[in-house]
Design a protein around this ligand. Structure first.
Ligand code: M6R
Length: 607
């Protein structure tokens, strides 16, 4: 949520930060801006909308500089507009700040500063920051930032420059992600690896409270009291695969098609000849055996993955699992202790709600396991144990390959817990892994059916509401389908457990209302069929996603999407693929920005 990048060194900072900023655009894209020291002066340029608008509005070729900061925004306080875009500059025009996070006490501070004569132009919380720094400034930017930090409350990743100290860039990390990158001819600060990796793989993942004082050829890191601290330089093994759409029109379509390969990798790394291996640093067999309670927490699509994980652990390990939305977890009574395991799922590893829940779980003494896709993300440092999705960079805001690879990671976690608890044997594990190994080819088969998904998209695109239904695992897949379609098409969608319709929601059905039903679970298919008939009797267009050859479902549907057969427990991996493609083609047919839907951001770093 908001991307920040900065550079100081011997090269042209303006060019470096503008290029870096483009890699961060997935974090927010309602406005963008840059400040640089050029010709001895601090200059700031901002524009509403995407980075391309900023580049088209100004000629940056003459803005040669050695220090610059830039920002791409996802609005929290104040509408998307030029005046609310970052960087924000102190009212004396000397200090410029880019910020990712929230200032919680900005109103109180603003009143105090206004009494002292400071003036404000925007509706943002961030504009308070350069002014608090300015209020504490007496010739040393670092000292002013340390003092300002003590009065600001909230979450911050900051890049700060001043026209009074032209060869200095100060950065701060507190509860929002920020890294320092060491280049051959300078330094960068950035919200994540993607914007710096073309320059260097030498990174310092800053800790909360770290303040960095950077000059062209040196840097020092201080804690929040101004004591110098040492931070390890990590050489990351990361290649930037995200650069191109590789012939696809959109990242979303590319990422949907990357699922078979990503899943294959995520499976093959976790077993040798159908025996679970120790490639991942997960808890020991003894530790897993002792676990009495399991919780899973996450947001959005990652939460749906967690719910499938809950089902898999309960079915295989026979231990109850509670799934809890991360933004609720932190404020609820969670009965955790050292015999509890909490699994956190997050593609980005930076979601503020998930990180806050993780902090709470640790405070209560629980064991924590993170499942993430992003190497070096905050969650990888905060959780006790980490396992990766191996999906490769996911750029489209709508999550697809991260979801299916999260499912793979969770199926393997479920098998490990079940094995440790003595609930499954090697033959059961082999059976599941063999079925998993067929999934990539089965997804390829579904992907070939795209004409059908295009037709469905054309049929539903003008609807006011589209409903999704299913039971058990199918209900989770229904929820994921509803989320995927609403975030990309902006059509109102909602998912209901099929059996709940008659308790109220069926009143919403009118002649022609599309209902997408997921019917893959053998033990309840008959019940779902009856619910489909109830819908059809009231005029609904029922599009069923079901296992191939299921003629009974066919008879109770107005449109059918068939998926290959697999184990019941693994069907979420297949049933979600048609949903992803229906979302893609619907968004496309409506002329929406498929990869960057309105009002959203890929990485949600505010609570
Ligand atoms: O990075 P995370 O997995 O923690 O993100 C969680 C959600 O914000 C994310 O899954 C969101 O729901 C996606 N836009 C769904 O496609």
């Amino acid at each position: 949520m908001c991307g920040i990048v900065g550079y100081i060194g011997n090269k042209n900072a303006t060019e470096i930060v503008l290029n870096g900023l483009k890699k961060l655009e997935y974090r927010g894209y309602d406005s963008a801006g840059i400040s640089m020291i050029t010709g001895g002066k601090l200059e700031t340029y901002k524009k509403k909308g995407k980075i391309v608008n900023l580049e088209n509005a100004y000629d940056f070729s003459s803005k040669i500089s050695n220090v610059a900061i830039a920002h791409t925004r996802w609005a929290t306080h104040g509408e998307p507009s030029e005046v609310n875009a970052h960087p924000h500059v102190s009212s004396d025009g000397k200090i410029s700040v880019v910020h990712n996070g929230i200032v919680e006490n900005y109103l109180e501070l603003r009143n105090k500063l206004q009494e002292k004569g400071f003036t404000f132009k925007s509706q943002t919380d961030t504009e308070i920051i350069p002014n608090v720094i300015s209020d504490n400034y007496d010739g040393d930017l670092l000292k002013a930032v340390i003092k300002a930090h003590k009065v600001l409350r909230g979450s911050f990743a900051l890049g700060i420059i001043s026209s009074d100290e032209k060869d200095r860039l100060v950065a701060l990390r507190d509860s929002s992600p920020l890294l320092l990158a060491i280049l051959e001819d300078g330094y960068m600060i950035a919200s994540d690896i993607t914007s710096v990796i073309e320059h260097t793989n030498k990174l310092i993942f800053l800790k909360d409270g770290d303040i960095v004082d950077i000059k062209k050829d040196s840097y020092k890191i201080y804690d929040s009291d101004g004591n110098e601290v040492d931070r390890e330089v990590t050489e990351v093994d990361y290649t930037d695969e995200s650069a191109s759409k590789e012939g696809y029109d959109h990242f979303l379509l590319k990422e949907i098609h990357e699922q078979p390969k990503a899943i294959e990798k995520a499976i093959s790394l976790r077993h040798n000849d159908y025996v679970l291996n120790d490639n991942e640093d997960i808890f020991t067999k003894e530790e897993l055996k002792d676990i009495e309670k399991i919780y899973i927490s996450a947001c959005g699509t990652a939460f749906h993955a967690g719910e499938v994980g809950k089902y898999a652990i309960e079915s295989l390990a026979k231990i109850p699992v509670i799934s809890e939305i991360a933004s609720e977890f932190r404020y609820k009574n969670m009965f955790l202790d050292e015999k509890s395991l909490v699994i956190f799922v997050s593609q980005s590893g930076e979601t503020a709600d998930t990180l806050a829940a993780l902090k709470e779980a640790k405070r209560l003494g629980a064991k924590t396991l993170a499942i993430t896709n992003v190497l070096g993300s905050t969650i990888t440092r905060d959780a006790d144990k980490v396992i990766y999705c191996y999906a490769g960079p996911e750029i489209s805001v709508a999550s697809t390959k991260a979801y299916t690879t999260q499912l793979i990671a969770l199926y393997f976690v479920a098998m490990r817990i079940a094995k440790a608890k003595g609930q499954i044997d090697d033959a059961d594990i082999k059976n599941i892994i063999e079925a998993l190994e067929k999934i990539p080819a089965q997804i390829d088969e579904i992907l070939k059916d795209k004409e059908n998904f295009k037709e469905i998209a054309m049929e539903i695109k003008d609807s006011n509401s589209i409903f999704y239904t299913g039971r058990l695992l199918d209900f989770i897949t229904a929820k994921e389908g509803a989320l995927k379609l609403k975030e990309t098409s902006y059509i109102h969608t909602e998912a209901f457990p099929s059996g709940e319709l008659k308790h109220g929601s069926i009143a919403l059905i009118e002649p022609g209302t599309p209902v997408i039903t997921v019917a893959t679970q053998s033990k309840i298919t008959e019940k779902t069929i009856s619910n489909n008939q109830e819908l059809i009797a009231r005029g609904a267009k029922v599009i069923s996603i079901t296992n191939r050859g299921n003629d009974f479902v066919k008879d109770a549907s107005t449109n059918l999407v068939e998926i290959p057969k697999t184990l019941d427990i693994l069907t979420p991996l297949l049933a979600v693929i048609p949903e992803q493609l229906i979302a893609y083609y619907t968004s496309l047919s409506l002329g929406n920005d498929v990869d960057k839907p309105r009002n959203l951001a890929k990485s949600v770093t505010v609570e």
